[in-house]
Design a protein around this ligand. Structure first.
Ligand SMILES: NC(=O)c1ccc[n+]([C@@H]2O[C@H](COP(=O)([O-])OP(=O)(O)OC[C@H]3O[C@@H](n4cnc5c(N)ncnc54)[C@H](OP(=O)(O)O)[C@@H]3O)[C@@H](O)[C@H]2O)c1
Length: 259
């Protein structure tokens, strides 16, 4: 197989949680352009429908399922529906996540802590267990966990440490699960992004341009990432090109964690 053929995804089906916007949409576009059919998960049906319309231009089959992945009960029910209605799934991208609550620890409510752990970590466990578990008998699968550099370092000047904690746990879950499934054809890897210009960040920076300048000054490359700059890495991890890689966390941050 030629080197470029190793990146082709024809005949594969990928499920991307949070595939309707932001980094998830950029990853979805990349996987579809490489030949994969997709199942996209998100809360807002309109955003999913818009993504489906856009991504259908690739000629791939695009299915959508509205669900709240942050609530363990509805998250598990949605994962089971994906398997029964759209399976088999070859590639799972656990992308949904966020900080959401920038409250200092000394003021953080237990319920808020738990909500972020469920959003970032419990969802990753449930979808890996169900969709990843169903890959094992077929002997081929790819799980890609979208973590964060905040799982490796503490982000300066912001509260909500349930985010750092859940992303760090996601990275270690990636390693442990990768070890368990390494000889069964299913690889498990993580991506740790730095700051990317997704729509909410663009809006936030347009209201507070001084924050963007501060953020950019902390990045050796002097700029934040564009969502499409994550897609090539996700495609590598989703394809046969990464056949000997498992349990890794790949940092993509313009050099942010170098200083
Ligand atoms: N953007 C960055 O700079 C950055 C940096 C490091 C790590 N990350 C990580 O990258 C991942 C994606 O980030 P993003 O900035 O693209 O995220 P985002 O803008 O918050 O969300 C993007 C997608 O997730 C869906 N979503 C959010 N909450 C959901 C829920 N509870 N259930 C189902 N779908 C949900 C959204 O659709 P709906 O709103 O319609 O549900 C949308 O499709 C996250 O895990 C984040 O922690 C991002």
């Amino acid at each position: 197989m030629s080197i470029l053929d190793q990146f082709r995804l024809e005949g594969r089906r990928a499920c991307i949680t949070g595939g309707s916007r932001g980094l998830g949409l950029a990853v979805s576009r990349g996987l579809a352009e490489a030949g994969a059919d997709l199942v996209l998960i998100g809360r807002e049906p309109e955003a999913l429908a818009t993504a489906k319309e856009e991504l259908s231009a690739t000629g791939r089959r695009i299915d959508i399922l509205p669900a709240d992945v942050g609530d363990p009960g509805s998250s598990e029910a949605a994962a089971r529906r994906v398997l029964s209605e759209f399976g088999p799934i070859d590639i799972l991208v656990n992308n949904v996540g966020g900080r959401r609550i920038p409250t200092p620890t000394e003021e953080l409510e237990l319920s808020d802590w738990q909500r972020i752990i469920d959003l970032n970590l419990t969802s990753c466990f449930l979808w890996s267990k169900l969709l990843g578990g169903a890959m094992l008998p077929r002997g081929w699968g790819r799980i890609i966990n979208i973590a964060s550099i905040s799982g490796l370092i503490a982000t300066r000047g912001i509260g909500g440490r349930s985010y750092e904690t859940s992303k760090a746990a996601m990275i270690q879950f990636t390693r442990a699960l990768a070890a368990d499934w390494a000889d069964r054809g299913v690889t498990v890897n993580a991506i740790a992004p730095g700051g990317f210009l997704t729509d909410p960040n663009v809006r936030w920076f347009s209201e507070r341009p001084e924050l963007r300048t501060t953020m950019e000054s902390m990045v050796p490359m002097g700029r934040l990432g564009q969502p499409h700059e994550l897609a090539g890495l996700a495609l590598y991890l989703a394809s046969d090109a990464s056949s000997y890689m498992t349990g890794s966390t790949l940092v993509i941050d313009g050099g942010y964690t170098l200083w």
